[in-house]
Design a protein around this ligand. Structure first.
Ligand SMILES: O=C(CO)[C@H](O)[C@H](O)COP(=O)(O)O
Ligand SMILES: [Fe+2]
Length: 222
């Protein structure tokens, strides 16, 4: 599958979100929205009202990454609001199958996220319930952190699990993805790349997206 680039607005100017999203709307595939509640992670960002507002201004679909304590309660509302993809964390969900099905029933792609130290193997049986597996390559909570190479073998195993079941599940990496690290991620089997600092910290965010895509596709042999 061709690489998909999902710039994270966590590194954008929160006072100018619509303009920041417009900067990458011709070159990116998705817009990654990090929802943090200061409980599941030690940081507070934005919630459903901002996502609803952004939906009216984004030409690209929103990829909502819920880093919240009670995703079972809140995730379906993001899908119903019109998010293209809603990812819940395995460490937080108490009824993941019910919640993933509710996301799909509301018309969004359902994602399951795992933290760097969470093994992927226990979730193999859930692959049929999801459209995307998100593997965190930093500890969740903040943008601009250093990429954790230690997670790459898990990305490789996840790709093998998905291929073994012949499922159309996208494999997303999130955290510290940059021009220096994206090739390693693509070689390991990731096909959806979140990048915050590498895009919004660049002088030309649109060009940064093009560069990331070229590197990912070259590394994946696309
Ligand atoms: O989920 C996240 C942090 O929890 C962010 O999506 C991620 O960190 C992106 O930012 P950067 O590319 O700067 O690391
Ligand atoms: Fe994220």
């Amino acid at each position: 599958m061709a690489a998909k680039i999902s710039p994270s607005i966590l590194s954008a100017d929160f006072a100018r979100l619509a303009e920041e999203v417009a900067l990458i709307s011709d070159t990116a595939d998705w817009v990654h929205v990090d929802v943090m509640d200061n409980h599941f992670v030690p940081n507070l960002t934005l919630g459903l009202p901002v996502v609803e507002a952004l939906l009216k201004h984004s030409a690209l679909p929103l990829d909502c990454h819920l880093m919240i304590e009670d995703p079972d309660r809140w995730a379906p509302a993001y899908a119903e609001a019109g998010a293209g993809s809603v990812t819940i964390h395995a460490e937080a969900a108490k009824a993941p199958i019910r919640t993933l099905r509710a996301i799909r029933a509301a018309g969004a792609r359902a994602g399951l996220g795992i933290n760097p130290a969470t093994p992927v193997e226990p979730y193999e049986d859930l692959l049929g319930e999801i459209d995307m597996l998100l593997i965190m390559t930093v500890e969740p909570g903040f943008g601009g952190q250093k990429f954790l190479d230690v997670v790459l073998p898990k990305v490789r195993r996840a790709r093998q699990m998905i291929a073994g079941r012949d499922l159309p599940v996208w494999l997303q990496v999130d955290g510290g993805v940059s021009a220096e690290t994206i090739e390693r991620c693509a070689e390991a089997g990731a096909d959806v790349f979140v990048a915050g600092n590498a895009v919004y910290g660049a002088d030309d965010p649109a060009e940064a997206v093009r560069n990331l895509r070229a590197k990912a596709e070259a590394a994946a042999g696309d």
